[in-house]
Design a protein around this ligand. Structure first.
Ligand code: IPM
Ligand code: MG
Length: 363
């Protein structure tokens, strides 16, 4: 099994380093190869997703990805910005299904900005369509308006679009995931306003006919944003389009206390995947050794489960994370009174110790 390691920018390098240490500690005979991506690749090769990095990602059995982006690249033309690397990987590898679990660890209930009783035991799975919608729809660009409110004025435009097969395949992913959970899917749309999302709703409803054992609910995205903070535990599997999923998954992540805890998987039709933390490159704390590596470590666990078919190893990582949290170890993003503040490396050390069955001592 070969894993492409793409640490990227900002805190990406620090957190991926810890996840790789955890994988090595499991002694699974995995081969790894590291490559530059994002701003780091732009600096070295003049492009955020060099051919060589894309080729490595295509050949590998799975990809472990850190994060990309830095404000210093905001002035670059769009095609050269770090974000294009992750968008390009999603597109070129056909990674259409993005799984973003939002799990509130019992030990971190008090780190949430919501009342503990609202989030205790929270376990939501957001399934975001990742290669369509307004993110990739053509045409897009800038031009002089020929109609609209200000004909003759400069304008910009993007295209929201979804085809039937794109909606069908993500709906199947959601219903199948629901069968392994509590058999409840909420499809989030904006069918009251947008043609694209009326079609989304119609197609999801049709696919649902093949899953009579799963309950399907439809919800408008504005209401979903509200319900997520009002009664988040009412959700189980949430399936939605690329842009709504981008927004709602950050919101759901924050319910759990810290986005620093949440892994994600982006899968193609064969379950080959790219695994990355749900958070970004956090340039403000990069290089300080304070970033939380747990989301990346948990992404490595998802990789073992979904793409490398090693569920026992995935369990070992997930239970090691619970062990370190129970031992009271906390990076600053999840620290609270009475717990033990540690840095990125110490957190990695603790997880490595826990997966190898060593006891964790607080220094
Ligand atoms: C995410 C990120 C990306 C997205 C950016 C970095 C392009 O916000 O993975 O959620 O918008 O999809
Ligand atoms: Mg996002």
């Amino acid at each position: 099994m070969k894993i492409a390691i793409l640490p990227g920018d900002g805190i990406g390098t620090e957190i991926v380093e810890q996840a790789v240490r955890v994988l090595i500690a499991l002694d699974l005979k995995l081969e790894t190869e590291t490559a530059l991506v994002g701003g780091a690749a732009f600096e070295a090769h003049g492009h955020p997703l060099p051919e060589s990095t894309l080729k490595l990602a295509q050949e590998a059995d799975a990809i472990l990805f850190g994060a990309v982006g830095d404000w210093k690249y905001d002035k670059l033309e769009r095609a050269l910005r770090p974000e294009q690397a992750i968008l390009g990987l999603r597109k070129h590898l056909g990674l259409f299904a993005n799984l973003r679990p939002a799990l509130c660890y019992e030990q971190l209930t008090h780190a949430s900005s919501l009342k503990p009783e609202l989030v205790a035991g929270l376990d939501i799975l957001i399934i975001r369509e990742l290669t369509g919608d307004i993110y990739f729809g053509q045409p897009r660009g800038r031009r002089i308006a020929s109609d609209g409110h200000f004909p003759g004025a400069e304008e910009a435009f993007d295209t929201m679009r979804y085809s039937r097969p794109e909606i069908e395949r993500i709906a199947h992913v959601a219903f199948q995931a629901a069968r392994k959970r509590s058999r409840k899917v909420t499809s989030v749309d904006k069918a009251n306003v947008l043609e694209t999302f009326q079609f989304w709703k119609d197609v999801v409803t049709e696919v649902h006919a093949q899953y009579p054992d799963v309950e399907l609910q439809h919800m408008y995205v504005d209401n979903a944003a509200m319900q997520l903070v009002k009664a988040p535990k009412a959700f189980d599997v949430v399936v939605t389009g690329n842009m709504f999923g981008d927004i709602l998954s950050d919101e759901a992540a924050m319910l759990t206390g810290s986005i620093g805890m949440l892994p994600s998987a982006s899968l193609d039709k064969h379950n080959k995947g790219l695994y990355e933390p749900s958070h970004g490159s956090a340039p403000d704390i990069a290089g300080k050794g304070v970033a939380n590596p747990l989301a990346t470590i948990l992404s490595a666990a998802m990789m073992l489960r979904y793409s490398l078919h090693q569920p026992a190893a995935a369990d070992r990582i997930e239970s090691a994370v619970r062990t370190v949290l129970t031992a009271g170890l906390r990076t600053p993003d999840i620290w609270s009174e009475g717990t033990h503040r540690v840095g990125t490396r110490e957190m990695g050390d603790a997880v490595v110790a826990a997966v190898t069955g060593k006891t964790i001592t607080k220094s």
